[in-house]
Design a binder for this molecule. Structure first.
Ligand SMILES: Cc1cc2nc3c(=O)[nH]c(=O)nc-3n(C[C@H](O)[C@H](O)[C@H](O)COP(=O)(O)OP(=O)(O)OC[C@H]3O[C@@H](n4cnc5c(N)ncnc54)[C@H](O)[C@@H]3O)c2cc1C
Length: 497
């Protein structure tokens, strides 16, 4: 399933791209304008609200390409590399840089290597600090908050940040340039494998050969193969970076999840649906008028309708008194979560969205991918480095098992069980779950969200979570989750054999 991003279009305005202090957002104009068109997903009631609907505002921002001198490949001079990386997203660039650091010849192929990444990335600050990337946030908040319901709010003493796409991409491109990575602007159409060598064919007709092809082309990849049915859950969300009249959010806190549903009081149908398949609001307040807002279905299978999510968001913002004056950017977020890993090993290597690295219960992936790229790079270098000459099947075996050693596959089973549990919970169950989850020792809830817990720690977390759960939650887990639990246990046994 493709991560669909609505392209930003700006037929109505030209924006100076001089950044406001400490952020990379375009400046807010003093004269707000409204460009409205009827929206097919809105119910009559929501459309007639006194605030109108932000859905009809046209996103203004054009994603300007990054200006950076990279080493473009001259296809007539070289067509053979040690490694070809498909995709210049966070995963592809980070891996290309790390592999090339060791003298391995790397080419990265992407339809537009200098384009600005489209997604809004958030991360716990310490996850990027551990990678020496603290300078890649354009805004951080010292705390996070979670509204379980109208009477229960959790404050999490854990700094969170919005990743600066521009800074991170420039940093990774800089590393690629210093280490001699070549870039080719094209879309890869086809990947072929021989015994000790693979090749790609691009849409411009160029063909390149390499000892290893790494597919970093994101969730929609068709190059990586699966040998089990792909029963993913889906995170689906609608997000906007908006200029608003005012908003109720504390400027020193990221709102991680707002599970309140009082905004649906006058929307019986939306309320019933939300009780069954709940969505929450995620909000990054940048200042008193600028905020990133995202109505999110944490996980659903099949994916919750995008129109339903937008209608709920309209009702929520109206209830909160948030009047959107401008939509600067919008994003449609679809993240496949959980499901099986790709077949291990196989002739094409994966990293990022193609390698099952998205957190099965949260969809987060950037920090984890940036942390794992050096580990994968190390196995590649061990095999392709000057004297070793490990190619073909032994190479594929080493690199896939380097990224997914047994312990990591086992812990992923547990995270996937977390997702399967969430899939079974309605609004009431979800609230009880997160009430208990954020009562855990921060080491556990934070470790879980950052994919850092060992199998033993995950076992302790599971028991402790059960202990903190309300009686109704315990009943929910016991009655609704035996099948996922049995599946997890069976998979744990199979993986550990
Ligand atoms: C809207 C959205 C918001 C997200 N927010 C967060 C977040 O806040 N925090 C977090 O941790 N994770 C988040 N994620 C999850 C995940 O981190 C991102 O999807 C991340 O961008 C994945 O990185 P990637 O490098 O694997 O793939 P991508 O970022 O998708 O990059 C893939 C690259 O490959 C290129 N490509 C595709 N096909 C080809 C081809 N055939 N040939 C050559 N090149 C190709 C694409 O043009 C692109 O440049 C989000 C995901 C989405 C969709």
């Amino acid at each position: 399933m493709e991560a669909l991003i609505t392209p930003f279009s700006s037929p109505l305005t030209s924006i100076s791209h001089k950044p406001p202090s400490s952020s990379s957002f375009p400046p807010l104009t003093t004269t707000p304008f409204f460009s409205r068109k009827p929206h097919k997903h809105l119910t009559h009631r929501v459309l007639n609200s006194k605030f109108g609907s932000f859905l009809d505002l046209i996103p203004e921002n054009k994603r300007e390409p990054i200006k950076f001198d990279i080493n473009w490949l001259d296809p007539s001079s070289t067509s053979r590399f040690d490694v070809v990386v498909i995709g210049a997203g966070p995963a592809g660039l980070c891996l290309a840089e790390r592999v090339a650091r060791n003298g391995i010849r790397v080419c990265c192929v992407d339809p537009d290597p200098l384009s600005m990444w489209p997604n809004n990335y958030g991360s716990w600050v310490d996850d990027l600090s551990a990678l020496d990337l603290d300078d890649c946030f354009d805004k951080t908040w010292p705390m996070a908050s979670v509204h379980i319901d109208d009477h229960n709010t959790k404050y999490l003493d854990q700094p969170y940040g919005r990743i600066s796409r521009k800074m991170l991409k420039m940093k990774l491109l800089g590393g690629c340039v210093s280490n001699g990575v070549k870039f080719h602007k094209a879309k890869v159409w086809k990947v072929d494998h021989q015994e000790f060598e693979s090749s790609i064919v691009c849409d411009d007709g160029n063909e390149f050969k390499a000892s290893l092809i790494v597919d970093a082309s994101g969730f929609a990849s068709s190059f990586v193969e699966y040998d089990k049915p792909r029963n993913h859950g889906y995170q689906i969300a609608h997000g906007i970076l908006a200029e608003v009249d005012e908003h109720p959010f504390d400027l020193d806190k990221i709102l991680l999840m707002d599970w309140r549903d009082s905004h649906l009081g006058n929307e019986p149908l939306l309320r019933v649906n939300n009780s069954r398949l709940p969505t929450f609001l995620y909000a990054m307040p940048f200042d008193s008028n600028l905020v990133f807002l995202e109505e999110t279905s944490l996980v659903s299978r099949p994916a919750l309708s995008y129109g339903e999510i937008k209608s709920r968001m309209v009702a929520r913002l109206r209830h909160m008194g948030i009047r959107v004056k401008r939509v600067i950017e919008n994003e449609k977020c679809v993240i496949p979560m959980g499901g099986p890993l790709p077949r291990i090993p196989q002739s094409v290597m994966g990293i990022g969205g193609t390698a099952g690295l998205a957190h099965p219960s949260t969809g987060y992936m950037v920090a984890r991918t940036l942390a794992l790229a050096p580990i994968l790079a190390e196995s590649i270098v061990e095999c392709l480095g000057s004297t070793r000459m490990i190619r073909g099947q032994p190479l594929y075996h080493r690199v896939w098992n380097g990224l997914w050693p047994t312990e990591k596959k086992l812990t992923r089973e547990f995270y996937t069980f977390g997702m399967e549990t969430l899939l079974k919970l309605d609004l009431k169950g979800t609230r009880s779950f997160f009430d208990a989850f954020f009562k855990l020792n921060p080491e556990y809830w934070h470790g879980f969200l950052s994919s850092k817990l060992s199998l033993v720690e995950l076992g302790v977390l599971g028991l402790s979570l059960f202990g903190h759960s309300s009686s109704s939650s315990k009943l929910d887990i016991v009655t609704k989750c035996p099948v996922p639990l049995v599946k997890m246990m069976a998979n744990l046994v199979v993986e550990s054999l």
